[in-house]
Design a protein around this ligand. Structure first.
Ligand code: ATP
Length: 242
C-alpha cells in the first residue's frame, strides 16, 4: 500500500521564543507537494522567526514540525536539510571566500538524499542565472548583492529542495533579476518542490502563490487565495498596510 502525504510539510501549534521574548504564539500550517505558500505581514511580526524555526536554527519550545510524515521537531539544521528543507535566508549568508562554483559544489552534496529527482544540476542553475555562469570562478564575496542572492537560491536548488524557504528573495534585486527569479521559481514549482515565500513585493508573491497566509504578532491571522486577498481591501490595509 502506498501512503500519500497530502501535506508534505506539517507545522502544528508551534511556539518559539528568543530567551524571554515570546515570538511565534501557536503557528499551525501545512503545505502540499508543489504548493507555493506566501507568508506575508508587516515587519517584526515573526516571519523570519518562522522560517528559522522550520530550518532548525531556533527550535520551538512547543509544537511539532514534520516533513513527509517524519518528525523533525528539535533536530539539527543539518538533519533538517537532509530531509530536504532548504533555507534561502535574508541577507544570503554565503561563504565569501568560496567561488560561485565551489558554493554550488558544496550545496550539491545534499543531492544524494534526493529520491524524488528535485535537484537542479549546476548547469541548470547557470542557464537560469547567466550572471552566475559568467562569474563561476569569482569569489562569492565579490559579487553584487543581487548576484549573491541568486547564488543563495542556486545553492538551495542544487541540494535537496523538497521545501524551499525563501526569506525576502527579491530584496535589493534589479528588475531583470526579479524577472529571472520569478521564472526560476515557476520552474521549481513545476518540478514538484514546495515553496514557502516571505515577500514584501506583494505583486511578486501573489503571482506565484497558490495560497497566502498573513502573520500578525506571531500568529496566522488570515488565510486565502491570492485572488481573495486582492479583493479583501480591509484585511490588506490592517495587516499589510497596502
Ligand atoms: N535573535 C533575536 N533575539 C531576540 N529577538 C529577536 C531576534 N530576532 C528577531 N527578534 C525579534 O522577534 C520579532 C520577530 O522578528 P522577525 O525577524 O521574525 O520578524 P519578521 O516578520 O521577519 O520581520 P522583518 O521583515 O523585519 O524581518 C521582532 O520583534 C524581533 O525584534
Amino acid at each position: 500500500m502506498t501512503t500519500t502525504h497530502p501535506r508534505l510539510l506539517d507545522v502544528a501549534d508551534v511556539h518559539t521564543y528568543y530567551g524571554p521574548s515570546y515570538i511565534l504564539q501557536g503557528v499551525t500550517l501545512g503545505a502540499a507537494r508543489g504548493e507555493v505558500v506566501a507568508i506575508l505581514g508587516r515587519n517584526g511580526v515573526g516571519k523570519t522567526t518562522l522560517v528559522s524555526t522550520l530550518a532548525g536554527f531556533v527550535p520551538p519550545r512547543q509544537g511539532k514540525i514534520s516533513i513527509g510524515g517524519i518528525d523533525i521537531t528539535g533536530t539539527t539544521p543539518e538533519r533538517i536539510s537532509r530531509q530536504g528543507i532548504a533555507l534561502v535566508p535574508q541577507g544570503r549568508r554565503i561563504f565569501r571566500s568560496l567561488t560561485v562554483h565551489e558554493t554550488l559544489e558544496l550545496g550539491s552534496n545534499l543531492r544524494r538524499y534526493d529520491r524524488e529527482g528535485l535537484s537542479w544540476s549546476k548547469d541548470e542553475v547557470y542557464a537560469a542565472f547567466p550572471r552566475l555562469a559568467e562569474r563561476r570562478n569569482n569569489r562569492a564575496g565579490g559579487l553584487s548583492g543581487g548576484e549573491q542572492q541568486m547564488l543563495a537560491v542556486g545553492r538551495a536548488l542544487v541540494g535537496y529542495p523538497r521545501v524551499v524557504l525563501l526569506d525576502e528573495p527579491t530584496e535589493g534585486l534589479s528588475p531583470l533579476l526579479v524577472k529571472e527569479l520569478h521564472a526560476v521559481l515557476v520552474e521549481v514549482k513545476r518540478r514538484g518542490s514546495t515553496l514557502l515565500l516571505i515577500e514584501q513585493r506583494l505583486k511578486f508573491a501573489m503571482a506565484l502563490a497558490d495560497r497566502v497566509l498573513l502573520v500578525n504578532k506571531g500568529r496566522i491571522v488570515f488565510e486565502s487565495t491570492p485572488e481573495a486577498l486582492q479583493a479583501a481591501e480591509e484585511v490588506r490595509d490592517r495587516y499589510l498596510g497596502v
